[in-house]
Design a protein around this ligand. Structure first.
Ligand code: ADP
Ligand code: GLC
Length: 499
């Protein structure tokens, strides 16, 4: 099947979070399964620099009249077949340094509605034959950045032309792409699109709703999150629409890209390791001692090393980590954090590191190599999120034998099994899971981690289970293909015009 994936980020070219990991891994998994997958990306500097052999394919007009180009090239990742890639060539909109969404003061760019409308518009143009050499059968749009693609496609469907299916995936409902309503005329959508069952959200324009309302099929990144977003508690004001469309919504769990995350062959680690290894996992022990040294932590092989690799935002539950830090240190643990985000969290963690430099290390910034080294060295990976659509770091923690300590929410609930006696006995336990978003429950989970750490044979057994837990993209890709087929069937059915 010919599938066009549309996203704003793609690892390894450009990444601000898990979306990039998924956007980089899924096309390769689809190609490995025999599908004809291509990607469409905005022409951000890192994308233009990273896509090989870029050449013009076509030119097209934006809804607001400006002319832009479409380029084509390929993304070549070591050892993997090249991914054919289209790039929207619009330097006036995309050629800006730094973060793809925000300016240097962390404010969203004032023309983001145009920047990301153009991405969706280009996808819809491709679905209408912009590239005479390749017509997608399904367009798969990720998050609000690509949310207008399904809307444009739905409104183009009335006219004669190819019937292309659309799939919209929610990676995080909390980021909705909201814009002032007076931008609506620039978007090139007909008036009926600006209503409650369309793009309108409390008087504003919602790009997220473009995807949710108009895509043939919807997915999100874990089965639990698919249920949660249909409740007022976690629906971010969109639960009504999501319940209404619940029949076409699936939760497909993200996976781990083995080419990027594999402790047996990870160039960032001083020594590789895999399960089952000798009793003491020499490779992992070496990673830990080297990292302790590198970060200025006390050289204590016996101290459980808690790691955290995260955007520093409210979502990630970091206030629980701050509140529980004294108790964690009092029990003899160490914390190594890598992250960036909200200034108050950066400051708070920096202060904790300054107060106890041999037990707390805080690296503010973005560092792919250090992230790998932390998973390689860690004993416990902290992910105590308030909400979590899927979460990838707990899965990296599993794979690297750095047992995840997570809250039972979203994809965390679907990927980690608490080390209760019965689940340890059955071989299912893979980490530590707590329920309520409060310090008492979090602290108990931390104490559970210490208790297990002291029982070395049990720890090793749980770690072995964690490292062997399957998380391959082939499984997820097969589920996406099933959804693509449904989307294509829906697009080809004689449907009424969109509301
Ligand atoms: P989210 O997408 O909500 O940020 P995920 O757990 O799905 O959360 O994905 C986060 C991804 O970003 C992971 O690949 C993680 O390793 C990476 N990451 C987060 N912060 C950093 C950082 N400061 N440096 C390097 N990688 C990071
Ligand atoms: C989002 C979510 C995260 C998920 C990622 C990839 O950024 O916050 O939970 O893992 O997308 O789907």
């Amino acid at each position: 099947m010919r599938v066009l994936q549309v996203s704003a980020e793609l690892f390894p070219l450009l990444k601000t979070g898990g979306l990039a990991d998924v956007a980089g891994a899924l096309p390769l998994a689809l190609m490995a399964a025999g599908q004809d997958a291509r990607v469409l990306l905005p022409g951000f500097p890192a994308i233009v620099a990273g896509v090989r052999g870029l050449a013009p394919v076509a030119a097209f007009s934006a809804p607001w009249g400006e002319r832009f180009g479409l380029l084509q090239g390929r993304i070549e990742i070591d050892g993997a077949p090249p991914i054919p890639a289209y790039v929207v060539d619009a330097p006036a909109l995309f050629d800006r340094p730094g973060n793809p969404y925000e300016d240097a003061n962390r404010q969203p760019y004032g023309d983001n509605h145009r920047r990301f409308a153009l991405l969706g518009w280009a996808a819809a143009q491709l679905a209408q034959g912009l590239d005479p050499a390749w017509l997608p059968e399904v367009v798969h749009a990720h998050d609000w950045h690509a949310g207008l693609a399904p809307a444009y496609m739905a409104f183009a469907r009335g006219v004669d032309g190819p019937r292309v299916g659309s799939v919209f995936t929610v990676h995080n409902l909390a980021y909705q792409g909201l814009f002032a309503p007076w931008h609506f005329p620039e978007l090139g959508l007909p008036a009926p699109a600006f209503q409650m069952n369309g793009l309108e959200y409390h008087g504003q324009l919602s790009f997220m709703k473009g995807g949710l309302a108009y895509a043939d099929r919807l997915t999100t990144v874990s089965p639990t999150y698919a249920r949660e977003i249909q409740t007022p508690d976690q629906g971010c004001g969109l639960d009504g629409l999501l319940r209404q469309r619940g029949g076409v919504l699936d939760g497909i769990l993200n996976a781990v890209d083995d080419q990027v995350w594999n402790p047996a062959a990870d160039p960032a680690l001083v020594q590789g390791y895999q399960a089952p290894e000798g009793r003491h996992m020499t490779g992992k022990a070496r990673c830990k001692s080297v990292l302790q040294h590198q970060l200025g932590l006390a050289a204590r092989p016996d101290a459980p090393l808690f790691i955290l690799v995260s955007r520093l935002t409210e979502q990630k539950g970091l206030r629980l980590v701050l509140q529980g830090l004294d108790a964690l240190l009092a029990q003899g643990g160490q914390l190594a954090l890598l992250g960036s985000g909200e200034a108050w969290l950066e400051d708070a963690f920096r202060q904790r590191a300054a107060a106890a430099p041999d037990a707390v290390s805080v690296t503010i910034g973005y560092n792919e190599t250090l992230a790998h080294q932390l998973f390689g060295a860690g004993d416990v990976t902290l992910v105590p999120s308030l909400f979590e659509p899927c979460g990838l770091t707990q899965m990296y923690g599993l794979k690297y034998g750095s047992l995840p300590l997570v809250r039972r929410v979203g994809g965390l609930a679907d990927t980690v099994v608490d080390s209760t006696l019965e689940d340890m006995a059955s071989g299912e336990a893979t980490g530590f899971v707590f329920d309520r978003f409060d310090s008492a429950d979090y602290d108990r989970a931390v104490r559970r981690a210490f208790a297990l750490y002291q029982r070395a044979p049990d720890w090793r057994r749980v770690r072995g289970h964690a490292m062997r837990r399957p998380a391959d993209w082939a499984t997820a890709a097969a589920q996406y293909v099933a959804v693509y087929r449904q989307a294509l069937a829906a697009a080809q059915a004689p449907t009424p015009l969109p509301h």
